[in-house]
Design a binder for this molecule. Structure first.
Ligand code: SF4
Length: 324
C-alpha cells in the first residue's frame, strides 16, 4: 500500500506530504504516533478508503483505491481491515457474538456450510487467545472490554486480511489487558503474515509492538525510522519532548498527554514553516520555512534544521528507511 496525501477542509490541512509504503511480501508492524490533531486518524481513514485525499493517491496492490470497482473493491474491503479504539461500538446489545462473526462470513461468502462457518469462528477466536466455548452464544454485556476488543480482532482475522489498521486499539482497554492485546496483534503479524499499521498516542505501547515508527505533528512527519533508534535516540525536539514525558518503564501507565496538551494550548499560532516552531526551544529564523527530511542514518530521519549537516531525503522515499 502506498499513500501520498493531503486532505484539506476549509483552511485546515489535516495531513501534508505524507508518503508510506508497505510491502506485502514482508509483513511488519508500523506505528504512526502523534497527539490528537496530529493527523494520525485521518491517515487511517484515508488508508481504509473512508475519505479521499484532496491531492495524492492511496494505492493498494498498485491500484488507486478510489477507482476500485466490483470484485477488486470487494477484495480490498476484505483484505484491509480495521480495529478501532472503542471495543463496544460494533456490538449490538441484542445480538450474540455469533451474529457479529457470522455477518462478515456471509457477506464475503467465506463458508459453504454452517459447520464450516462455525469452524472459522472458532479458529479466529482461538487465534486471538479466546476460548470459543467461553465466547460463542454470549451477549456483549456478558463480556469484558478486553474480550470484546479481542473479538473485534478475531472478526477482522476471519477475513484473512493482508493489512490491519489498528487505531488506538488498547486505549479504552484496562491497563492489565493492554499488553495481552498487543501481544495478540504481534502474533497475528508473525503467524498470519498480516501487516499492521498501529496508530497510537502512546509511545510506550509503540515501543513494545512495532518495528518502525512515524511521528506526526499537526499533519507533518517530524521523525521516522526504526522504533528502537527513534525512541532511544530521538533527534527531533518534538520526539524528544514526547520521550521525556513517557513514564518508563511501566506499560500500564500512559504517556503524559495532559502535560503536552496544556503546552499545546499556549501555542496555537499557524506557521508556514516548521509545524513545531511555536513550541520549539531551538527555533531559528530559518525554521519559518518548512524543513525537509534529513536522513540521519540507515533507519532514521528527522524534519529539523538542527540536523541539516545530514543529507536530505525526499518524503516519498521515507518508507525505504523503515525496517520491516
Ligand atoms: Fe525546532 Fe527549527 Fe527543528 Fe522545527 S526545524 S524542530 S523549529 S529547530
Amino acid at each position: 500500500m502506498y499513500t501520498r496525501g493531503l486532505l484539506s477542509k476549509t483552511s485546515t490541512t489535516a495531513l501534508n506530504d505524507v508518503s508510506l509504503k508497505l510491502d506485502e511480501s514482508e509483513p511488519t508492524i508500523l506505528t504512526v504516533a502523534g497527539e490528537s490533531g496530529s493527523g494520525k486518524t485521518t491517515l487511517a481513514m484515508l488508508m481504509l478508503g473512508f475519505i479521499a485525499p484532496s491531492s495524492g493517491q492511496i494505492l493498494y496492490k498498485g491500484q488507486d483505491i478510489s477507482r476500485l470497482r466490483g470484485a477488486d473493491r470487494m477484495t480490498f474491503r476484505r483484505e484491509v481491515q480495521a480495529v478501532f479504539q472503542d471495543p463496544f461500538a460494533v456490538f449490538n446489545p441484542f445480538y450474540t457474538v455469533d451474529h457479529l462473526l457470522t455477518v462478515p462470513i456471509q457477506r464475503f461468502k467465506l463458508a459453504k456450510s454452517k459447520r464450516e462457518a462455525r469452524d472459522k469462528m472458532e479458529e479466529a477466536l482461538t487465534a486471538v487467545g479466546l476460548r470459543p466455548e467461553d465466547i460463542l452464544g454470549r451477549f456483549p454485556h456478558q463480556l469484558s472490554g478486553g474480550q470484546r476488543q479481542r473479538i473485534n480482532v478475531a472478526r477482522a482475522l476471519l477475513l484473512r486480511p493482508r493489512l490491519l489498521i489498528a487505531d488506538e486499539p488498547v486505549s479504552m482497554v484496562d491497563a492489565s489487558l493492554r499488553a495481552n492485546i498487543l501481544e495478540t496483534l504481534r502474533s497475528l503479524q508473525k503467524n498470519y503474515g498480516v501487516s499492521i499499521v498501529y496508530i497510537t498516542h502512546d509511545l510506550t505501547t509503540a515501543y513494545h509492538i512495532a518495528k518502525s515508527i512515524v511521528v506526526l505533528y499537526r499533519g507533518a512527519v517530524m521523525e521516522a525510522g526504526d522504533v528502537d533508534t527513534v525512541i532511544k535516540r530521538p533527534q527531533h525536539p518534538y520526539t524528544q519532548l514526547l520521550i521525556d514525558s513517557i513514564p518508563w518503564p511501566d506499560l500500564s501507565r500512559r504517556w503524559g498527554e495532559t502535560d503536552i496538551k496544556a503546552r499545546e494550548a499556549e501555542h496555537q499560532e499557524i506557521t508556514t514553516g516548521c509545524k513545531f516552531y511555536p513550541r520549539c526551544p531551538f527555533a531559528m529564523e530559518k525554521c519559518t520555512v518548512a524543513p525537509p527530511l534529513f536522513q540521519l542514518g540507515t533507519h532514521q530521519a528527522a524534519s529539523c534544521y538542527l540536523q541539516d549537516q545530514h543529507p536530505t531525503i525526499p518524503s516519498e522515499h521515507l518508507w525505504k528507511l523503515l525496517p520491516v
